[in-house]
Design a binder for this molecule. Sequence first.
Ligand SMILES: [Zn+2]
Length: 82
Amino acid sequence: MMQRINLYTVDLIKVKGNGNITCPECGIGISPDDTSEEVYTILEPVMKGNQLQKIVIRCNRCKSTISLTGFSTLNKEPNAQN
Ligand SMILES: [Zn+2]
């Protein structure tokens, strides 16, 4: 039996506003503030230096893997770079 693993990338820059994310596969709402792991499970936070670059999560409803990107741009401060 084949099990298809869906892999999506969600750019947080494109979902700015209230920051709510929906699963591209099944459409369930994914709240970054929800740490209960009922809706999704965090598989792997990816750091670049001391900055969060992306978080890989898995939707618990449809089992899709979703990479959340765009953190570094969100966190960028105009005068903070050396
Ligand atoms: Zn889903």
